[in-house]
Write a protein of this length. Sequence first.
Length: 204
Amino acid sequence: MKLLLQSIRQTILWSIVTGLIYEAVITVIAQVAFPHQANGSLVIREGKIIGSQLLAQQFTGSNYFWPRPSACAYGTGPAGIVASSGSNLGPTSGALQTNVQNNISAFVGGNNLPTNTVVPADMVYASASGLDPHISPESAGLQVARVAAARGLKEDSVKDLVRQYTQPPQWGFLGQSRVNVLMLNSALDELSTMAKKAMVKENP
């Protein structure tokens, strides 16, 4: 009975310490030191939440940069279910080979590129999570002409925007340079709005 009571007391004590106190302390520290990250790295435009910097979302229009493929439909499952997964297809899978060829054809055709264009791997293969928010600068660069034409912008202006939103490897040596698609597309919308306003002023 004595051991049983000790076990119960220990369970209650450590449940309070690790389940309540620890989480409360970490939450307070995170909210004070990293409020943006702690609240989901949300992207807000005109007072509305348009997404998170951490999660990819689908952009299909010719006037937007496209994200990398997703095997889980970018986590938009039925009835509000958010799934995160890869395809789990092995390197010898016929389905994987078909997906790769389809992704290459869609990217080359959608961007009016020469048929012999070497498409970067991130636009061919889905990420392990299906929610990777980044693409390579090379992938963004191949989409510049399409996006600029669709929006009536100069290609140089869109190229400058891609360079502006290209992030270097973390701490200078971890990973590779990358572009956050949501942030780039959000900035692209702002650039288009500014261009339209400027045009109205020039031609009232």
